[in-house]
Design a protein around this ligand. Structure first.
Ligand code: NDP
Length: 270
């Protein structure tokens, strides 16, 4: 019989997920012995797979693409962050067969920027490229850090306008972004996954302290290389965000707050 507390990440595909290694690093820090697996649910089969996992004693779950909205619809209660994002990446059992959904992507990214990249957000001008689900999760958390301003620009401008309206931030066309206008530039477009760079002028990076790509690994490299060549002082991929969101999930399940900095280093070397 498996007596270790059981956790898992649900996705499809999920074989590539680094979450098991990340959570085992956190468990080492805590001095705990946990079981953390990957569950590849069928498309449209999240609810059934999640119900089975928790019925068999699962104590917490992470949710990745394409199930974050399915998880949002499956849980019984939502944190404010999950409501803002309209998506759930962390499921916490409440007892009595009820579940809370949270979204730790935004706090994960902000902790990475503040603690691992050592870049302050207060008083900074921030550009976000992209207007998908991840942006909905990160904007309210960035706003909590009191930046001077946030501008959202996206390939499909209507989506940027919709999000900007929802959060009370600015929007601009990718082709009309001001030169030297931003301290922090976040690429939240998934274009890098198909090798595409956002269609912006190099001058936009003129005053950029940190260029950040939510994608991690070699897919982030073209954007980060472009940013450095255009003047960005510092660049980072989304690995720290991945570790950061995982750390908040771990804390929600176990009440232990892992230190993300050494874990980012370890996971980068895998
Ligand atoms: P969505 O699919 O919801 O949104 C994708 C966004 O990328 C849209 O704004 C879309 O623009 C834009 N886009 C896609 N292809 C292109 C292209 N070829 N050129 C320009 N823009 C493009 O994705 P998410 O918001 O959920 O995620 C965004 C990225 O962040 C993903 O790559 C995801 O892997 C990553 N991510 C990383 C996390 C981490 O922990 N590191 C956590 C969460 C997300 P349009 O509206 O015009 O279609």
């Amino acid at each position: 019989m498996n007596l270790k507390p059981r956790y898992a990440v649900f996705g499809n595909p999920v074989a590539h997920s680094k979450s098991p290694q990340i959570h085992q690093e956190f468990a080492k820090q805590e001095g705990a012995d946990i079981d953390y697996g990957r569950i590849c649910a069928d498309i449209g089969g999240f609810a059934e797979a999640a119900a089975r996992f928790f019925a068999e004693g699962g104590q917490g779950a992470n949710v990745t693409l394409p199930f974050k909205v399915d998880a949002y619809n499956w849980v019984d209660e939502h944190s404010e962050r999950a409501l803002a994002a309209g998506a759930v990446n962390t499921v916490i059992p409440l007892g009595g067969g009820r579940f809370l959904g949270d979204n730790t992507d935004g706090v994960g990214m902000v902790q990475d920027i503040l603690k691992a990249q050592n870049v302050g957000i207060a008083g900074r001008n921030i550009l976000i490229i992209g207007a998908g689900g991840a942006v909905r999760g990160v904007v309210p958390v960035l706003q909590d850090e009191k930046p001077a301003g946030i501008v959202i620009a996206n390939r499909t401008p209507e989506k940027a306008r919709e999000l900007a309206g929802r959060f009370g931030v600015q929007t601009a066309l990718l082709s009309e972004l001001p030169a030297d206008g931003f301290d922090i530039i976040i690429n939240a477009s998934s274009g890098g996954l198909s090798g595409e760079l956002p269609d912006i002028a190099p001058e936009v990076f003129g005053k950029c302290l940190l260029a950040y790509d939510m994608v991690y690994g070699k897919e982030a490299e073209p954007f980060l290389r472009f940013a450095r060549a255009s003047g960005a002082v510092q660049t980072a991929d989304g690995l720290g965000m991945l570790v950061g969101q995982a750390a908040f999930s771990y804390q929600l399940w176990r009440g232990f707050a892992p230190d993300i900095v050494p874990v980012i280093r370890t996971i980068k070397e895998l």
